[in-house]
Ligand binder design. Sequence first.
Ligand SMILES: [Zn+2]
Ligand SMILES: [Zn+2]
Length: 312
Amino acid sequence: MQSKYHQGGGFSTNAIYPYLAIAAHNCVPNIVHTILYEGYEVQVRAAVPIKAGEILYLSYAHALSPTLSRREYLLESKFFNCECKRCADPTELGTHMSTLKCSKCDNGVILSSNPLDNDAQWNCTDKGCGFKTSGAAMRKFLSVIQSEVDQLDSLEPGPQAIEQREAFISKYKSVFHPRHSVLLSVKCTLAELYGRVEGYTIDELPDIMLGRKVEMCRLILDTLDIILPGETRMRGMMLYELHAPLMYLARSEFAAGLVSQDQLKEKLKEPLQCLVEAARILQREDPQSPEGIMGHIAFESMAQLKMSLDTL
Ligand SMILES: [Zn+2]
Ligand SMILES: [Zn+2]
């Protein structure tokens, strides 16, 4: 395996870890790994309970990519056709990360007739509808959309980075399933931006936007439970993102007299649990890495919230 990452100083390096490279690929991995900056040591952990003798799986592809893109990437760069359970299921294990809405009817969705064949036809699930399109057309469509997403990703963090992503979601919400990977990856970035950029800092977000951040974090966490189960970096980061709007919403309800002090205490338990889990997951990362820094912040915030809960 080759690994590439940026240090605090900004340089990147490649390394080969021959023992880790033995791990097989699966689009739903069962191990996680951390590279420590000091000595470039790699630590491997089970992401989920693994029985003795079971195969250890890494994912060589990006977890949030749809099946067509993952399989194409794996074929081009790793020279094999992935036939894992996630790839073989047109609904991607019920996540619908490859599912499109049907433009011809309200009852059906568009799924691949055979996800293990990149050229297979895509059909509407409503028998009476009859809408179909070719695998080639679907690939072309996804690559056009991807260039729009790339453009969004090139935006500097600021109010327009939020507003243009929200406009993108509105534009395509009638095209993609709400959990399609295109929308999911945009929502993942939005979940991080809300509360962080000018005009949208956490203490100036109205309750409706706090609610939007909560909704996006939960959608991503629910999807991660299926495609990237266990204590992964992405889960740690999303739990950290989720704690803040939950905490602000609870305090805002209390300030408005909508909940009692006891109910506030009860409501603050969830953000506290988010921080406990986020700190545990992210503090395993190198302290100088963005995730490691976040782990430290999560730990401090957890201590602070515990203290304020004790004095309530
Ligand atoms: Zn696969
Ligand atoms: Zn249809």
